[in-house]
Ligand binder design. Structure first.
Ligand SMILES: [Zn+2]
Ligand SMILES: [Zn+2]
Length: 214
């Protein structure tokens, strides 16, 4: 795992979008394709009479607009990742899963930009569906080792609980080598996002507690 905060955030956002996209796709059940695949997108056929959802023109317009918005952000993210990895010869398939898989290989600056686009897409879907986010407050509400506020959250979209990142939602930043945070390599100026496994010991939390289901 690449545990640079920008890479951790990008991976978390990809997982969050995969979840929200799956919900959105289920609500538009006439679309059985992964609409985020740029190669298949555009062949949706606009729902049609098999669509179980009573579809007004308004709903269809809103739905198409959202799909367009999401696809644009995901395409941008994919383009950024593809460009950054071109020299490696590493292919990125059309599905969002493939993008998630290469996040670890991105330089932090690219991961940051990819993360931004994916977050925009995820936010648009979650807002449209009134879907909650994947933040989970830690049991015991422990203090952030960086700033001392009690606003640490885990992000829980990744099915691999050991990889849940923990984030200080107070927005504190790493101060570099002298920072009291538990990061092994401290990147000055980056948000405080750590792999959950790293923080378990520091916060004196039982691993089993952190891994409890949200
Ligand atoms: Zn903090
Ligand atoms: Zn720090």
């Amino acid at each position: 795992m690449n545990d640079h905060p920008h890479n951790l955030a990008a991976a978390a956002n990809c997982w969050s979008l995969r979840r929200s996209w799956a919900v959105w796709r289920d609500t538009n059940s006439s679309d059985t394709n992964d609409g985020l695949r740029s190669t298949t997108y555009g062949h949706r056929g606009g729902g049609g009479h098999s669509d179980p959802v009573a579809d007004t023109a308004d709903t269809t317009t809103r739905r198409n607009h959202l799909a367009e918005q999401v696809r644009e952000h995901v395409d941008n993210a994919r383009w950024l990742a593809t460009s950054a990895l071109r020299h490696t010869g590493m292919p990125i398939g059309p599905a969002l899963a493939a993008l998630t898989n290469v996040i670890d290989h991105l330089d932090p600056a690219t991961a940051h930009d990819v993360s931004h686009h994916i977050h925009q897409a995820d936010t648009a879907i979650r807002r449209a569906l009134r879907l909650g986010d994947d933040w989970w407050p830690l049991p015991g509400n422990p203090k952030c080792p960086g700033c001392g506020t009690r606003m640490l959250r885990a992000r829980t979209s990744n099915p691999n609980r050991a990889a849940w990142p923990i984030i200080c939602t107070a927005g504190c930043r790493c101060t570099g080598n002298t920072c009291p945070c538990p990061a092994v390599t401290k990147f000055r100026g980056t948000p405080h996002i750590w792999p959950g496994a790293l923080l378990v010991g520091t916060l004196n939390l039982e691993a089993t507690t952190v891994e409890a289901s949200a």
